[in-house]
Design a protein around this ligand. Structure first.
Ligand code: R1P
Ligand code: URA
Length: 234
């Protein structure tokens, strides 16, 4: 048991998929895992462990934003010994290079969050990056699954509604999409010497204003999940 998880030691696999939406954790567990067992209902942040192609995998809902994912990442790593963390989330497209329903592998995550300054102090602009081994594995797993993926720098921003961000400048500097967690996940993984990657689906596009309908999203969400699961077991 940890501060926010009621799982017992050993209930959580050493590889965890981490969607923001706890109901997506339930969906992933019930759709993709064999014999899923729910180990956490605290705050409705559902967590499940089952097997995928014979490999033990957990899925933990993390809630939205850096403060929330930081709680679950810290506890999964430090209280339960988790070693590989895959965020599986939605993201808003920014660059014209990404379209609705695209799957994006986050190579790095820029951020406007104070976590960088609060960790390193003034003058150091630490760059949170994903684990190269997981990135490489996920990229090749996607190729084998014939699921097209884009790889690039993303933004983890503190505000979902944010009309003060100079998005064009970020796009000009290669940022392809925005979400709200990856910078913290990558930084914590580095701190505790574990591996993390974010596998994202473009659910809407901030520049074109397009958005997917819930029923349209299912297949592309499934693609993201398949890529993460395949990478998780390789
Ligand atoms: O779909 P999830 O994983 O929740 O991720 C994205 O969706 C939420 C905002 O709607 C934020 O958590 C953002 O990062
Ligand atoms: O954080 C997010 C997630 C999905 N779409 C967005 O525009 N922002």
């Amino acid at each position: 048991m940890s501060n926010h998880l009621e799982a017992r030691m050993g209930d959580i696999a050493d590889t965890v998929l981490m969607p923001g939406d706890p109901l997506r954790a339930k969906y992933i567990a019930e759709t993709f895992l064999d014999n899923p067992v729910c180990y956490n209902r605290v705050r409705n942040a559902f967590g499940y462990t089952g097997t995928y192609q014979g490999h033990r995998i957990s899925v933990q809902g993390t809630g939205m934003g850096i403060p929330s994912i930081s709680i679950y990442a810290n506890e999964l790593i430090n209280d339960y010994g988790v070693k590989k963390l895959f965020r599986v989330g939605t993201a808003g497209g920014m660059s014209p290079d990404v379209q609705l329903r695209d799957v994006v592998l986050a190579q790095g995550s820029s951020t406007d969050s104070a976590i960088i300054q609060n960790t390193f102090g003034p003058g150091i602009y630490y760059a949170p990056i994903s684990d190269f081994g997981l990135l490489d594995t996920a990229y090749h797993a996607a190729q084998d699954l014939k699921i097209p993926v884009k790889v690039g720098n993303i933004l983890a921003e503190d505000r979902f509604y944010n009309d003060e961000m100079d998005r064009q400048k970020l796009i000009d500097y290669g940022v392809v999409a925005t979400e709200m967690e990856s910078a913290a996940l990558f930084m914590l993984a580095a701190k505790y010497q574990v591996k993390a990657l974010s596998v994202l689906t473009i659910s809407n596009h901030l520049i074109t204003g397009e958005s997917t309908k819930p029923e349209e999203r299912e297949k592309s969400f499934n693609d993201m999940i398949k890529v993460a699961l395949e990478a998780a077991i390789r």
